[in-house]
Design a protein around this ligand. Structure first.
Ligand code: FES
Length: 248
């Protein structure tokens, strides 16, 4: 098994083969099998405090609208008008009474049902022309999406159950989004995730971080030392790091 063989999954202790980072075909497969099949963190409930509040979430060429209904629950829909496929929501966020496509004014309720299709409503099967839903769940105030056509095999709460004792004290459901920063990184997503998963680079690149929490040289990374709490579970590794003495 060679590292340059794209059919080989991985040599233990090495990165994936080059093609896994540069091949457009493998990237397409990643999108289909990872991003369009698994739960994705999309935002926080505090972004949608009132009925009709919505925001859009963009991923791999898809746009998803997440909206709060008058009943209080959240719904998510592909941002795709059932008439001619226009994106019916153009803004990143806002508040609406109904979801209206401005191209020919087809209008959908916040449950996704088609309500208005000027001059056409009697001619079409409106029951079949509701918005295409995406799966949405909330865990401790955090909103997760799943774009899979079939019901996801696992619910978010089950998937993250092992992290429950560590997450609960933070009461994220009472948190609010104070500021959002977007980083545009020119890399394959796997390279970015791998960088995130190792903190070997932290000492040389993130001095403020290393001064705040016990990571860096001299502290075994990802081990249960220095009061670092690591939870390993299927689909999940969760770490709790204490602040260094005097850090804020
Ligand atoms: Fe939306 Fe025609 S494409 S109303």
């Amino acid at each position: 098994m060679k590292a340059s063989d794209p059919s080989s999954p991985r040599i233990p202790g090495h990165t994936l083969a080059r093609e896994y980072y540069v091949s457009p075909e493998i990237f397409e497969r990643d999108v289909e099998k990872v991003f369009f099949r698994h739960w994705l963190y999309a935002g926080h409930e505090s972004q949608l405090p009132n009925p009709g509040d919505f925001f859009t979430y963009e991923i791999a060429g898809e746009s998803i609208v997440i909206v709060r209904r008058p009943e209080g629950d959240l719904r998510a829909f592909f941002n795709l008008c059932r008439h001619r496929g226009a994106r019916f929501v153009q803004q990143p966020c806002g508040s609406v009474r109904a979801l209206q496509c401005r191209y020919h004014n087809w209008t959908y309720g916040l449950d996704g049902a088609l309500k208005v299709a000027p001059g056409m409503l009697d001619m079409i099967g409106k029951e079949e022309l509701g918005l295409i839903p995406a799966w949405v769940e909330v865990w401790h105030g955090m909103i997760y999406l799943n774009l899979s056509p079939a019901r996801p095999a696992v619910r978010v709460g089950e998937m993250l159950q092992a992290a429950e004792p560590a997450v609960k004290p933070f009461r994220f459901e009472n948190a609010k989004v104070a500021r959002t920063i977007t980083y545009e990184v020119k890399s394959n997503w796997k390279l970015f995730m791998e960088n995130y998963r190792e903190c070997y680079h932290c000492l040389s690149n993130h001095p403020e971080f290393c001064a705040t929490v016990p990571v860096g040289r001299g502290v075994a990374l990802h081990q249960n030392t220095a009061n670092i709490r690591i939870i390993h579970a299927p689909n999940l590794t969760f770490s709790n790091y204490p602040l260094r003495p005097g850090a804020r």
